[in-house]
Design a protein around this ligand. Structure first.
Ligand code: NAG
Ligand code: NAG
Ligand code: NAG
Length: 651
């Protein structure tokens, strides 16, 4: 059958109800598979070497539903119950089936957190809270002034919000629907409002107080950004997918929805594989009055590791932070106590820094869930062919054979090694997105799709033994770095792994005289392969995806595309789909006056190609330096973002 290259223009005419409700796309995410039982579209004949993209078996007539979409189409993605299955299984798109989009169809909200730390009311409130917070007790007796200066610095307001908003309003005008500024209440029903802010009718900007979003009001007031972030899912009227900004984050170039999420490639996650967060709880200094973000990162990874396997996980880059209400709610339902405790910690560091860091947590949660979906689908629907929960020898032998052939192939020299010629999921993604009317801004580059395998599998992992959780010492007693993963954007064909069947699957699995592995034991083996010995799972996934003879999505998706199983797996894939992206980004800390001036001048020169930048104002607390830097910084901001937004009062 043909995945017709329908002239794109012919589809642009019709209007969609969806257009007035940007959330419907995201909604469709969840409901899209109810009516999947339609047609068996394909018989996939050749096992390798096919260009799946827009490829098709010839000779079959189009299923009637292809044409019968005139009324459905107006409902957008929801009316396209089968496009996702076709897309994830075959990388085939039927443009008739996907809502013809324009950039303004999909819009996302932006959430800022901001407080005015220079406000005397806020300062009084904070000092009072500090007196009752456990982390300040000791220092309050010994050196009360030190606390005051450190926390004052953290809450210093340099008017960044005004300029960050200018950058957003100017360069994300086709990205956002609403902007929510989440802020503190300094008196009952009196949220802080930026002095320059004017509320206009139909303004897209909303002030949201902490009191509106905290589900447990006794946790307020809160001075802990992690606690505030843990309540984002309660922001009223928020789009399901949204972007989280801090006021020291600026957009230098255009931002489009495809920098955050697309229906074909899912979430766009920014990570830094060169910076790895260990899976262990970080030791806590009870006398510390400032606690950095690493306690929460490590604690988050500790929780993720309990659930998905104990590995080092990549730091999340300070770039575009994508968050999602359904994902946060899912996390909340699985870790309710930890989120509640995070919310209860009024200052960072309370509870020994055991906070959930939502941006890091959610990004890795999505990555793990997609990986889990793939492995689980294989285990449940492909390995256990007759789906009785029991693994008999015939079923096991199949995968053991595949693995053995794979391992032999991995031993070959590069030139002799057979490769799967399947294009990667993100192959030609710009053109593909274009076909459904989604444009890329150029500010973000897609590097790897999670569907092509777990991006951070370990390089040269030894699958014949467990990966140590703690960093080991070398002969000189120095910490050995953890095992390093492949770089995220390594092409799948350049990644290698060998799968040790003895260690990963265990003696019973490979024993032909052990006829039936009962349900409970089969589940245990799955946990071992997929999570406890995560490097086994990564390699198994690699085999399923990259195997030159039978790899690809067809190796792990349920075979029968008309089955409910297929529909439900595809639904999950759509839910957890993601790509890793990179952007031209810089992080700058204003330290001394001289250095600050130099750095900011460079930033001005690079004006036309720095997509994003963060300027951290955590400089030393010296009134002279502070004044100097403040002047330099203000000058920079006025030069870089000279035009007032429509939401600023005329001065
Ligand atoms: C912050 O509070 C100070 C003191 O009340 C005020 O002068 C300043 O304008 C406020 N800044 C903003 C951005 O609202
Ligand atoms: C609200 O938080 C307090 C303090 O953490 C806790 O004691 C209380 O049980 C919480 N209330 C609810 C309804 O969860
Ligand atoms: C917005 O992006 C353009 C380039 O697309 C850039 O020239 C401009 O300076 C940016 N505006 C702001 C306020 O950064």
């Amino acid at each position: 059958m043909a995945y017709i290259k329908v002239p794109f223009d012919s589809q642009l005419g019709h209007r969609s109800q969806c257009r007035s409700s940007p959330r419907c796309i995201v909604l469709a995410f969840i409901v899209s598979f109810l009516a999947f039982n339609l047609f068996a579209f394909h018989t996939f004949k050749s096992q390798s070497g096919n260009d799946f993209y827009l490829s098709a078996d010839s000779g079959k007539s189009l299923p009637p539903s292809w044409f019968d979409t005139a009324t459905e189409r107006t409902r957008g993605y929801r009316a396209s119950p089968d496009w996702q299955g076709q897309w994830f299984r075959w990388r085939a798109l039927n443009p008739n089936k996907i809502e013809q989009q324009t950039d303004d169809l999909t819009r996302f909200d932006i959430v800022y957190t901001w407080v005015n730390g220079s406000d005397p009311l806020f300062q009084t409130m904070r000092l009072e809270s500090q007196r009752s917070s456990p982390i300040f007790q000791k220092s309050l007796h010994e050196d009360a002034k030190k606390i005051d200066t450190t926390t004052k610095r953290r809450y210093r307001d340099m008017d960044e919000l005004r300029y960050s908003l200018r950058s957003t309003i100017d360069n994300a005008s086709r990205f956002f629907r609403r902007i929510h500024i989440v802020t503190a209440e300094v008196a009952t029903n009196k949220p802080q409002i930026p002095s320059w802010f004017v509320q206009k009718p139909n303004s897209p900007i909303r002030i949201v107080s902490h009191n509106t979003i905290f589900s447990n009001q006794s946790h307020l007031p809160s001075y802990n950004s992690l606690a505030i972030e843990s309540q984002f899912m309660n922001i009223p009227g928020l789009t399901d997918i949204f972007m989280y900004m801090n006021d020291d984050f600026f957009l230098g170039l255009e931002l489009l929805p495809s920098d955050l999420w697309t229906p074909l490639y899912g979430y766009v996650l920014h990570m830094e594989a060169s910076l790895l967060v260990p899976p262990t709880i970080r030791s806590f200094d009870p006398n510390a009055i400032t606690v950095g973000e690493w306690h929460s990162l490590q604690y988050s990874n500790y929780l993720l590791s309990q659930r998905f396997g104990p590995r080092h996980r990549a730091y999340i880059a300070h770039v575009v932070h994508v968050l999602s209400v359904p994902m946060l709610k899912e996390i909340q339902s699985e870790w309710p106590d930890d989120l509640e405790l995070t919310s209860a910690h009024q200052f960072r560091g309370e509870g020994q820094g055991k906070d959930i860091h939502v941006s890091f947590f959610m990004a890795h949660y999505i990555m793990e869930k997609l990986r889990e979906t793939q492995l689980e689908s294989f285990w449940q629907y492909r390995l256990d062919r007759n789906q009785d929960g029991i693994l008999d020898w015939d079923e096991r032998r199949k995968i053991i054979d595949i693995i053995n052939i794979w391992n032999v192939n991995q031993d070959q020299d590069t030139a002799d090694r057979r490769q799967h010629s399947r294009p990667t999921m993100i192959h030609a993604h710009k053109a593909t997105l274009n076909r459904i009317g989604i444009r890329m801004s150029g500010s973000t580059t897609y590097r790897q799709s999670g569907l092509d395998g777990y991006p951070y599998m370990l390089k040269n992992a030894d699958t014949s033994k467990t990966i140590p959780v703690v960093t080991t010492k070398d002969n000189n007693g120095k910490d050995q770095p953890p095992q390093l993963p492949y770089k995220s954007y390594e092409q799948p064909k350049d990644r290698r792994c060998k799968f040790d069947v003895d260690f990963c699957l265990g003696p019973d699995f490979i024993d032909s005289t052990y006829p039936r592995i009962p349900v409970e034991q089969a589940k245990q083996i799955f946990s071992r392969v997929a999570f406890n010995e995560f490097h086994c799972g990564d390699c198994l996934l690699e085999i399923l995806m990259q195997d030159p003879y039978r790899g690809g999505m067809g190796a792990w998706l349920p075979e029968d595309e008309t089955s409910e199983a297929f529909a439900s797996v595809v639904n999950k894939v759509a839910r957890y789909n993601y790509v890793l992206g990179t952007s031209d980004y810089s992080f700058m800390a204003l330290q001394g006056a001289k250095g600050a001036k130099k750095d900011l001048d460079i930033l001005l020169e690079k004006q036309d190609h720095k997509a994003f930048f963060t300027i951290n104002d955590d400089f030393p607390d010296d009134p002279v330096v502070e004044n100097e830097i403040q002047t330099i910084f203000k000058e920079f901001l006025d030069t870089r973002f000279p035009v007032a937004s429509p939401y600023e009062a005329v001065e």
